[in-house]
Design a protein around this ligand. Structure first.
Ligand SMILES: [Zn+2]
Length: 60
């Protein structure tokens, strides 16, 4: 009886934090909550990526 399962194709994926950001998957955290954006004339929340430092602004 032989029930040996070949595991040649089984390799753990290496996930690098920066790699996720390169694919547009950022780790957004609230950086500045309820900031007044004078250009838009309204309150916005600034999000910042913990990994790469990318920023985005979202109007409330
Ligand atoms: Zn990022």
């Amino acid at each position: 009886m032989s029930n040996v399962i070949p595991l040649s194709s089984h390799r753990p994926k290496k996930v690098t934090p920066k790699g996720m950001c390169q694919h547009g998957i950022h780790k957004w955290v609230i950086w500045k909550d309820k900031q007044f954006d004078s250009r838009k004339g309204k309150l916005v929340t600034v999000f910042r990526c913990e990994r790469c430092g990318e920023q985005k602004v979202k109007a409330i």
